[in-house]
Design a protein around this ligand. Structure first.
Ligand code: CAA
Length: 246
């Protein structure tokens, strides 16, 4: 296996941590960004205890200049980015008639505009080296919509539009671009949903439980393999059967 450098945005979060761990175990060098230094230090300590080395770069994915600097810092510290996972994401749930502009823009900036900010500085290098793997972490709610998530569903659906356009533009350059759309996974983000609402959601999942972060990471890792070079523009739903649209 060729060792690559992987950049996972939002690597300190629930699904992000599992992706970092899985790509590291596959033999890659792994980098992530952070915004909160104290949280990042505690997280890194946990990774060190597991024997995982992670290159940590301070950057807000909403800031294009910071993302350009992040790509350069990762390249200096562990080599040019061959694998990019656009994973950083937030929710600001509210029914649309109560949603304010800040709730809209924070979500669209962090989930969707960040894909531009982070991918733009690394794609030229991937094209020049004729190898790349880009994976967007979207959501079941970008596919089916969700009461209280007009901002999030719009951004997450937009991420797959980004995927399928980049997939076409870069297919001849050795770069695959795919989307993973997780359903409700047991992370802080889902645990923040009011309990009675969450229980109703779980009742609608055919497999009968929330997902585990490592179940999402497994699929991300699959897309980054050499053997997956003919898979591009796909949107893989991993949701316990919660939504089976096609
Ligand atoms: N379908 C239909 N009606 C719904 C509904 C639904 N899914 N959810 C709530 N309602 C109804 C309620 O029954 C209530 O009706 P009444 O006024 O007639 O009683 C009305 O909408 C208002 O509901 P709330 O009192 O809950 O209103 P609120 O303003 O306090 O909260 C909300 C609304 C923010 C949408 C809240 O219900 C909520 O947090 N829902 C969960 C949203 C969700 O699933 N978020 C996913 C987060 S995790 C994630 O995003 C990760 C991922 O990718 C999967």
């Amino acid at each position: 296996m060729t060792q690559r450098t992987a950049l996972v945005t939002g690597g300190t979060g629930g699904i992000g941590t599992a992706i970092v761990r899985t790509l590291w175990r596959q033999g890659h060098k792994v980098a992530t960004n952070y915004r909160n230094e104290a949280k990042a230090e505690a997280w890194l300590q946990k990774m060190v205890e597991e024997g995982i080395e992670v290159c940590m770069v301070p950057a807000d994915v909403c800031d294009p200049a910071a993302c350009t600097a992040m790509a350069a810092a990762v390249e200096r510290q562990c080599g040019p980015v061959d694998i990019l996972v656009n994973n950083a994401g937030i929710t600001r749930d509210a029914t649309f008639h109560k949603m304010d502009y800040q709730q809209w823009t924070e979500v669209v900036n962090t989930n969707l505009n960040a894909c531009f900010n982070v991918t733009r500085p690394v794609i030229e290098g991937m094209r020049a080296r004729r190898w790349g793997r880009i994976v967007q972490i979207s959501s079941i709610n970008g596919q089916k919509g969700q009461y209280g998530q007009a901002n999030y569903a719009a951004a997450k659906a937009g991420m797959h539009g980004f995927t399928i356009s980049l997939a076409q533009e870069n297919a001849r350059h050795g770069i695959t671009v795919n989307t993973v759309s997780p359903g409700y996974v047991a992370t802080d983000m889902v645990m923040a949903v009011p309990e009675e609402v969450r229980e109703k959601i779980i009742a609608r999942i055919p497999v009968g439980r929330l997902g585990r972060p490592d179940e999402i990471a497994h699929a991300v890792a699959f897309f980054t393999t050499e053997e997956a070079s003919w898979i591009t523009g796909a949107n893989l739903a991993i949701n316990g059967g919660h939504y089976m649209g096609w």
